[in-house]
Design a protein around this ligand. Structure first.
Ligand code: HEC
Length: 107
């Protein structure tokens, strides 16, 4: 019995630590807003991969502003025929974090 309890404690501790790991935070945010239903870091799904987005705008100084706008307003025609729906409910702070993360290659 005592042994079982120890195993549960270890499992819980591992769970808490993984939930707090900073590396998960940005993709968890993208998942929370449904971005990952259409985007992946390295593969094209409905929308372009975030690494392709980062590569396309890597020399563009205004990329951050522009991406925040295109995430908020959605759009079509830049990457293909598919449209991205507007994300009007995304809070400014989260929008900025997502745009920064995507421009950094979604690592
Ligand atoms: C229903 C599918 C869908 C969802 C959900 C979605 N996207 Fe997109 N996204 C697309 C498509 C399709 C495009 C390509 C639009 C185009 O060709 O202009 C795109 C384009 C983009 C671009 C590139 C914009 C540009 O100006 O080049 C970024 C960045 C992006 N999405 C981020 C996000 C983020 C962040 C979220 C979540 C808040 C999200 N997307 C949710 C489908 C989606």
């Amino acid at each position: 019995m005592k042994r079982n309890r120890n195993a549960i404690c270890i499992a819980l501790a591992a769970l808490c630590m993984s939930a707090q790991a900073p590396a998960l935070a940005n993709s968890a945010l993208a998942s929370k807003y449904g971005c990952l239903g259409c985007h992946a870091a390295a593969a094209q799904l409905v929308g372009p991969s975030y690494q392709d987005v980062a590569a396309k705008y890597s020399d563009d100084k205004g990329a951050m502003e522009m991406l925040m706008k295109s995430i908020r307003n959605g759009g079509t025609g830049k990457w293909g025929e598919m449209a991205m729906p507007p994300q009007a409910k995304l809070p400014e702070a989260d929008l900025k974090r997502l745009a920064t993360w995507i421009l950094g290659g979604a690592k």
